[in-house]
Design a binder for this molecule. Structure first.
Ligand code: ADP
Length: 492
C-alpha cells in the first residue's frame, strides 16, 4: 500500500496568515501594509501571502543589519562559537527538512524528491562553512628589518542577497553560510514567486540562536525591494543569483557606493558529443541535464552540439529519454519533472516553440503544453539547428534543448564559445587528450567531462562572460565575503 504523504506541518505553515518580514529579530508587517499572493504552479491556485516589503523596509533591515554588524555579540563572537552556530543552523534545517522541502516544492513546483535533495544540500552548505569559520587566515609577509607586515581578513559588512525562485534556499545558503562564517550580516530577499521557504528558514535561524539583525528577511518584488537593496548606500556587498538582464541592472545600481558585487547569472551551456563517446550514457545524462527542474536551472543542457555523423541517432536516443520522463504532480513520488514556476514563465517558454519553427529548427519531440491544471510543458527537443537561431542563443529556462551538428573539434569549440554566456559546458568523448584540450579551451566556469550537473560545495561555481562576476562556494566565497587589510608595524 502506498504511504500517504503527511503534509500537515507544511500546510499549517503555508495556510497561516500573510507571512511577515524578519527585521532585527522581530516579525513585522511591511510598513506599507501591503501583501502579495504566491501561486502554486502545480495547479495555478493561490498558495499563500507574504508581506510586500519595499524601500522603507529595506532601510529598516539595513539599519538592523548595521547595528548587528557592529554589536560585539556578533562582531566579537569567537570563531569557534560562530562555527557551532552554523552547525546549529544546519541541525535545524535537517530537523525540519521535510517541511522545508514541501514548502519549497509547493511554492516553485519542484518535484518533492528533488526539493528534498536540495534542502539536504542547504544543510550541508552550513556544515561546510561552519568548518571555514575557524580557518580564515591572514598572512605574515616577508618584511625588511624594523617592519612587521601582516594581513587580516575582515568581514565586508552588511550584505544584500537577492535570490531566484528555482532553488530559493539553495541560492540563499550559498550566500548566507559563507557570509556568516566570515562575520557579515545579511538582508535576504527571496523571489516574489517563492517567498515562503525563506520565511520558515528565518524562523529556524532565530530558533538556532542567531543574534537579532544578523539575518533579516525582506520578501517583496524585484523592482521595489530588490532594487532598493542594489542601490542602498549602506549595503557593502550584493550577492545576486538570477537573470543576466537583472544582473546588469544590479551592477549599474551598485555603483553609488561601489558595492562589492557577485553575480551568478544565466547560461546557454554547450554539451559537446563526439562520436567516440558512450552515446547511451551521454544521451541519458544530457537528457537529465535539460529537463532537471523543468529546465529552470542556470546550467541547463540547453545547447547540445553533436558530431554530424551521429546527429540523427543521438537525437533519437535523447527523444526516447525525453518521452520517458515521468512528468507529474510534484508530490507524486514517481514524478521527476513538474510544472514551470509561473504563468509568465509558461508563456515565455511556450513562446519559443513558434520562434524555433519560424527559424527552421526541426521538432524531434514535445513542443506543446500539457493539458492539465498548472503550468506543465512537454520536454522538448529541436534538432538540425544552427547557432544563430534564437533558441540557440537565448536562455529559455524551460524543458527545451536544441541540437546543433558540427564536423570537427575546431568547429565544435568555435560554436561552443560563440555565445554571450559562459556558465558551464560538457565534453563527451573517450579521448583523454581531446577531453582536456577542450576543457582548457572552453570559456565556461564549470566544465564537465563525461558527466553533467555534478557539483560539490568545495569547488567554485560561477561564470565567464555574461554568466556572472566572481565565484561562489569553496574557498572563493571566503575571499568574496572578506576584505583584506594590510598592517605595517614599525618595530623600533
Ligand atoms: P528569473 O529570470 O530567474 O525570474 P530574475 O533575475 O528576474 O530571475 O529574478 C531574480 C531575483 O531578482 C528575484 O529575487 C527578483 O525579485 C529580483 N529582481 C528582479 N528585478 C530586480 C531589480 N530590478 N533589482 C533588483 N532585484 C530584482
Amino acid at each position: 500500500m502506498a504511504t500517504t504523504l503527511d503534509r500537515s506541518t507544511a500546510d499549517a505553515f503555508i495556510a497561516g496568515r500573510a507571512k511577515k518580514l524578519l527585521i532585527g529579530g522581530d516579525w513585522v508587517d511591511a510598513r506599507s501594509g501591503e501583501t502579495f499572493e504566491t501561486i502554486n504552479p502545480a495547479d495555478g491556485e493561490v498558495l499563500g501571502h507574504a508581506a510586500a516589503g519595499d524601500a522603507a523596509d529595506v532601510d529598516a533591515a539595513v539599519d538592523a543589519a548595521r547595528k548587528a554588524f557592529e554589536d560585539p555579540a556578533w562582531s566579537g563572537m569567537a570563531p569557534h562559537a560562530r562555527s557551532r552556530l552554523l552547525l546549529r543552523i544546519a541541525d535545524k534545517i535537517e530537523a525540519h527538512a521535510e517541511e522545508l522541502a514541501q514548502i519549497e516544492s509547493r511554492d516553485n513546483g519542484a518535484p518533492l524528491t528533488i526539493a528534498r535533495a536540495m534542502i539536504a544540500g542547504v544543510a550541508e552548505t552550513f556544515v561546510y562553512y561552519a568548518g571555514w569559520a575557524t580557518k580564515i587566515y591572514g598572512e605574515t609577509n616577508p618584511s625588511p628589518g624594523g617592519i612587521f607586515n601582516y594581513t587580516l581578513r575582515e568581514p565586508v559588512g552588511v550584505c544584500g542577497h537577492i535570490v531566484p525562485w528555482n532553488g530559493p534556499l539553495t541560492s540563499a545558503a550559498w550566500k548566507i553560510a559563507p557570509a556568516l562564517a566570515c562575520g557579515n550580516t545579511v538582508i535576504l530577499k527571496p523571489a516574489e514567486q517563492t517567498p515562503l521557504s525563506s520565511v520558515r528558514f528565518g524562523e529556524l535561524l532565530m530558533e538556532a540562536g542567531l543574534p537579532p539583525g544578523v539575518v533579516n528577511i525582506v520578501t517583496g518584488f524585484g523592482e521595489t525591494a530588490g532594487a532598493a537593496i542594489a542601490a542602498h548606500g549602506d549595503i557593502d556587498k550584493v550577492g545576486f543569483t538570477g537573470s543576466t538582464e537583472v544582473g546588469k541592472k544590479i551592477l549599474a545600481a551598485s555603483t553609488g557606493n561601489l558595492k562589492r558585487v557577485t553575480l551568478e547569472l544565466g547560461g546557454k551551456s554547450p554539451n559537446i558529443v563526439f562520436p567516440d563517446a558512450d552515446l547511451d550514457v551521454a544521451a541519458a545524462t544530457t537528457a537529465q541535464g535539460f529537463w532537471f527542474l523543468s529546465g529552470q536551472v542556470c546550467v541547463a543542457a540547453s545547447r547540445i552540439l553533436v558530431h554530424r555523423s551521429i546527429h540523427d541517432a543521438f537525437a533519437a536516443k535523447l527523444a526516447e529519454h525525453a518521452r520517458a520522463i515521468p512528468v507529474g504532480h510534484p508530490d507524486d513520488a514517481a514524478t521527476l519533472m513538474g510544472p514551470v514556476v509561473s504563468r509568465e514563465q509558461f508563456d515565455r517558454v511556450t513562446g519559443y516553440f513558434g520562434v524555433a519553427h519560424a527559424d527552421g529548427a526541426e521538432l524531434v519531440t514535445g513542443g506543446k503544453a500539457i493539458d492539465r491544471p498548472g503550468f506543465y510543458i512537454e520536454p522538448t527537443i529541436f534538432a538540425g539547428a544552427n547557432n544563430n537561431m534564437r533558441i540557440a542563443r537565448e536562455e529559455i529556462f524551460g524543458p527545451v534543448t536544441v541540437l546543433i551538428p558540427f564536423d570537427d573539434e575546431a568547429e565544435a569549440l568555435r560554436i561552443a564559445n560563440d555565445t554571450a554566456f559562459g556558465l558551464a559546458a560538457a565534453v563527451w568523448t573517450k579521448d583523454l587528450g581531446r577531453a582536456h584540450r577542450m576543457a582548457r579551451a572552453l570559456k565556461a566556469g564549470t566544465v564537465w567531462i563525461n558527466t553533467y550537473l555534478y557539483t560539490d560545495l568545495i569547488s567554485p561555481f560561477g561564470g565567464y562572460k555574461q554568466s556572472g562576476i566572481g565565484r561562489e562556494l569553496g574557498r572563493q566565497s571566503i575571499d568574496a565575503y572578506t576584505e583584506v587589510k594590510s598592517v605595517y608595524a614599525k618595530l623600533d
